[in-house]
Ligand binder design. Structure first.
Ligand code: SF4
Length: 206
C-alpha cells in the first residue's frame, strides 16, 4: 500500500536571507542558491509579494520532512512552512526558542541605570568627513581611547575587541544603540545629540 501523500506550503522572505546556503545544502531539490546575489532561491516558487515567494510541495513523509527540515535550518527564519493537511504552522518565522523561557523586556531608568565606574563615552558626528567619532573618558573629559569610523559595526567591534576597557555589558549595548542613532543622523542629516531619542533630533542647518 502506498504511503499517504502530504502537502505543505513554503513561503520564503528573500529580504531576510543572509546567504548561508544552509537550506540549499540540506535540500537542493526544493531550494536553490543564486551565487551572484548570494541569496537562496525557492525552486518553482511563485512571487507572492515584493521579495516573497511561495511554493507547494507534495509527497511522501520523507520528502516533506526533508523540505521542512531544510527550511527549519535557516538561521534567520526566512521560511514559513504550513501543513496544508492540518493547517498548522510547522516552521515559523518567529523566534520560537523551543523550550527557552521568554522574558518580557523591562527597563526603569530610575532603578536599572548603573553608571559604569570605568568611565563614559562621548560620541560625535563629523558631517564633513562623514564619520562618527567616539572617545572614551576615564574621568571628566580625559579621553583615553578614541575610535573613528564610517560604520557602527566597525567602531563597536574595534572598541570591544581592540581595547582593554572591560566595560559593563550594558555599556557596550548602550554604545551600539547610540552608534546606530549617530549613523542614522549622519545619513539623514539630523543633528545628533547623544542620549536624545531619534524623534527628538532636528534637521541640521547647513
Ligand atoms: S538558510 Fe536562510 S539564510 Fe541561508 S541561504 Fe537559505 S534562506 Fe538564506
Amino acid at each position: 500500500m502506498s504511503e499517504e501523500t502530504q502537502k505543505i506550503r513554503i513561503v520564503f522572505d528573500e529580504a531576510k536571507c543572509i546567504g548561508s546556503a544552509a537550506c540549499f545544502k540540506a535540500n537542493p531539490n526544493v531550494f536553490g542558491f543564486d551565487e551572484k546575489r548570494q541569496t537562496a532561491i525557492l525552486l518553482n516558487g511563485k512571487k507572492a509579494n515584493e521579495r516573497v515567494f511561495e511554493t507547494i510541495i507534495s509527497g511522501d513523509a520523507q520528502r516533506i520532512k526533508s523540505a521542512t527540515d531544510a527550511a527549519a535550518s535557516c538561521p534567520v527564519n526566512a521560511f514559513v512552512v504550513t501543513s496544508l493537511d492540518s493547517g498548522k504552522t510547522i516552521v515559523s518565522d518567529t523566534i520560537n526558542g523551543n523550550s527557552a523561557p521568554t522574558l518580557h523586556a523591562v527597563y526603569d531608568d530610575q532603578k536599572d541605570f548603573i553608571l559604569d565606574d570605568k568611565g563614559y563615552f562621548l560620541i560625535r558626528v563629523n558631517y564633513n568627513m562623514k564619520e562618527i567619532e567616539v572617545g572614551f573618558c576615564n574621568e571628566k573629559n580625559n579621553v583615553v581611547v578614541k575610535v573613528v569610523g564610517k560604520m557602527p559595526i566597525g567602531i563597536y567591534h574595534t572598541i570591544a575587541t581592540k581595547t582593554n576597557l572591560e566595560l559593563r555589558k550594558e555599556h557596550y549595548a548602550y554604545l551600539g544603540r547610540e552608534l546606530e542613532k549617530a549613523y542614522h543622523c549622519l545619513m539623514t542629516n539630523l543633528e545628533y545629540v547623544q542620549d536624545d531619542e531619534l524623534h527628538e533630533m532636528k534637521k541640521r542647518k547647513v
